[in-house]
Ligand binder design. Structure first.
Ligand SMILES: NC(=O)c1ccc[n+]([C@@H]2O[C@H](COP(=O)([O-])OP(=O)(O)OC[C@H]3O[C@@H](n4cnc5c(N)ncnc54)[C@H](O)[C@@H]3O)[C@@H](O)[C@H]2O)c1
Length: 333
């Protein structure tokens, strides 16, 4: 009987793990809520493969500890593989999989909901209501259908975001370094980012963070945007120079900001800072602003997405354990 062991299983993942295990009675499944470290690796003893997900690095020592147990088949429940020591993984003969697409709708919906809330000044109205101010003015909304929405990156998530915004009636334009032929035929693409900035009331980022687009949203590019534009970043923190955005909000250049990802998020997001000194003054400043909606990298965090992350990771791992080609292998090395 094959055995798969999963690390750092959260409470919200447990039902989907149990669902997968029930559907695969031929596989022994065991798990822990502990992260995978050189010390905890031993928990997987006897397993043929492991299923993992953590921000913590997969160090040479961690990988060695697994390999010492004869385990070299590792399936990530997430996308990112940059915290894996690939040289060591290659040296030890690891086979690795990830889950590159688990629910584009989760992230696209979040972006759309938050953008619409900013346009509607929903946070201001909620705050007024909370202290008994039930007056309308000056908290007037802007309708989505009156906006031109500029989508940067028309991959899995960007495309769903475009559909949702069109459902609201917005005019949607897009930019991508690789044009999708179907979208191109329909005439969505503008020629340059400058064109997109110039025309858009809402600018939404759906591109990966790479060296060449570090701080692509900065003082200079914000200056190219329309007055009262709304910026949406549910992609990656390093795409945005956050201090420049704060300044543009101060100056009244930007109408609002949706931020689910933040350059300084590691070690800050997904922690409880209640009754503790808040570690990041710029982040605190943004959280406190009435026209900024901050969420701690939770755009992906839906039941649909979490189920897919667990189920797809286990499917991948079982394929490797059974000597078959997994759906989404990661290049090791
Ligand atoms: N907030 C969250 O919870 C969350 C969850 C998952 C993914 N994400 C992020 O969302 C983003 C998009 O994910 P996806 O699954 O749609 O990716 P994808 O690979 O399907 O699409 C990315 C698109 O961006 C384009 N692109 C790459 N570099 C570009 C550039 N410099 N300028 C313009 N276009 C460029 C690519 O051609 C591609 O079409 C990623 O940054 C990902 O990390 C966030």
């Amino acid at each position: 009987m094959s055995k798969i062991f999963a690390f750092s299983i959260r409470k919200d993942e447990e039902p989907y793990l149990k669902e997968w295990a029930a559907a695969h009675p031929e596989v022994e499944v065991d798990y822990t809520d502990k992260l995978l470290t050189p010390d905890t690796a031993a928990l997987a003893k006897g397993a043929d493969g492991v299923v993992v997900y953590q921000q913590l690095d997969y160090t040479p020592e961690t990988l060695q500890a697994l390999a010492d147990l004869g385990i070299t088949k590792m399936s990530l429940r997430n996308v990112g593989v940059d915290n894996i020591d690939m040289d060591k993984a290659k040296e030890l003969g690891f086979e690795i999989t990830n889950v590159p697409v688990y629910s584009p709708n989760a992230i696209a919906e979040h972006a759309a909901i938050q953008a619409a809330r900013v346009l509607r000044q929903a946070k201001q109205m909620d705050e007024k209501m909370a202290h008994g101010d039930l007056r309308w003015a000056p908290t007037i909304g802007r309708e989505v259908r009156d906006q031109t929405v500029g989508v940067i990156g028309t991959g899995h998530i960007g495309r769903v975001f475009m559909q949702i915004m069109e459902g609201f009636g917005a005019k949607v334009i897009a930019y991508d370094v690789f044009k999708n032929p179907e979208l191109e035929e329909k005439g969505y693409y503008v020629d340059s980012l400058d064109d997109l900035y110039k025309q858009s009331d809402v600018v939404s980022l759906h591109v990966p963070a790479m060296k060449d687009n570090y701080h692509m949203i900065n003082e200079e590019t914000i200056a190219k945007m329309k007055d009262d534009a709304v910026l949406v970043n549910v992609s990656r923190g390093p795409l945005v120079d956050t201090a420049a955005v704060a300044k543009a909000l101060d100056d009244g250049k930007l109408f609002g900001f949706v931020m689910d990802t933040y350059e300084g998020e590691v070690g800050v997001f997904n922690e409880d800072w209640t009754d503790k000194e808040f570690p990041d003054p710029l982040l605190k400043d943004l959280i406190d602003r009435p026209n900024v909606l901050v969420t701690p990298h939770t755009a992906f965090y839906t039941t649909h997405a979490v189920r897919n992350m667990v189920v797809k990771a286990f499917d991948n791992n079982l394929a490797m354990v059974e000597g078959q080609e997994p759906d989404t292998p990661v290049e090791v090395g």
